[in-house]
Design a protein around this ligand. Structure first.
Ligand code: G
Ligand code: G
Ligand code: MN
Ligand code: NA
Length: 256
């Protein structure tokens, strides 16, 4: 059983799917968007978690077709939701882009293709990049991010605070959103250091004119505290787990 061979087949046979986790506006409690997360249910071996197949995809280069598929499938889902509800829904989808993808693929061309094929405005997509994606080739990252901004797409820094932070990139690159890593959020009510880091990230984002998304909100206390601290957006099991596309649309319509 070679995960790489199986993954290649899974991409070809359309065995991958997407789950959508709601992103909640902490001020209004409405749905701002969803993070699209790849799922793989192998016909014989059952669900294979992304923590197993994403690293294999990165090492093998399969992250390029996988990433293209994720962009297309996300845009297709947004267009399908618009079609079903008969309006342009005011929500965006966040798509994860790994460092390898940013280096090896023309991500802006992939985004433009996914938008064009589905008749979507660029503001409907947010690309979630990790700090490592930028550090590994800052010049290339700068060109790709500029091209993405020209499409009107937004850029989020994923897992912010866990990478090799080089704060100069925040100033130089057109980053719209800082996603505060789950590890800081989880501990922030019990641990002074975590809340200090969360406050510092919120204040940094505010000073640089960026929005913030807190990951891993599991309790109402965390949701209330982050809202009071001025965090823009929340994500976590307290609001909802990653949902199927149909359940995500129901969730959106129930909260609208
Ligand atoms: O639900 P969770 O276990 O789904 O996802 C684990 C991690 O896998 C996410 O935090 C994300 O970094 C990564 N991931 C999920 N889907 C994708 C994808 O489509 N592309 C990339 N590059 N990473 C993904
Ligand atoms: O940041 P990444 O793109 O690494 O984050 C998405 C991952 O976080 C997914 O695996 C998702 O299932 C997981 N996740 C989302 N909300 C929560 C939460 O409230 N608690 C925990 N433990 N994991 C969460
Ligand atoms: Mn992410
Ligand atoms: Na993250």
């Amino acid at each position: 059983f070679s995960l790489e061979t199986e993954l290649r087949r899974a991409i070809d046979r359309d065995e991958l799917s997407l789950a959508f986790q709601p992103l909640i506006n902490l001020e209004t409690n409405s749905v701002s968007g969803f993070e699209a997360l790849a799922r793989w249910i192998h016909p014989d071996h059952g669900p294979i978690p992304p923590s197993e197949f994403i690293p294999v995809a990165e090492e093998s280069g399969l992250i390029v077709p996988l990433g293209r598929w994720a962009l297309d499938a996300t845009a297709r889902t947004l267009a399908e939701w618009d079609r079903r509800t008969g309006r342009v829904l005011p929500v965006y989808a966040g798509v994860n882009v790994s460092a390898v993808q940013l280096q090896r693929d023309d991500v802006a061309a992939g985004v433009a293709g996914a938008l064009g094929a589905n008749g979507l405005d660029g503001s409907r997509l947010t690309l979630e990049l990790t700090e490592s994606a930028i550090i590994s080739d800052p010049d290339r990252a700068g060109r790709v991010l500029t091209a993405l901004k020209m499409l009107d797409a937004r850029i989020a820094m994923d897992d912010f605070g866990t990478g090799y932070s080089n704060l100069a990139y925040l100033q130089k690159l057109p980053i719209d959103i800082l996603k505060i890593d789950r590890s800081f959020v989880t501990g922030m009510l019990a641990d002074r250091d975590s809340i200090a880091i969360v406050r510092a990230v919120l204040s940094l984002a505010d000073a640089l004119g960026m929005k913030t998304t807190a990951e891993g909100i599991e309790t109402v206390e965390l949701a209330r505290t982050l809202a009071a601290l001025g965090c823009s957006t929340g994500q976590g099991y307290y609001f909802a787990k990653p949902l199927s596309a149909d359940d995500a649309l129901d969730y959106l319509l129930a909260r609208a």
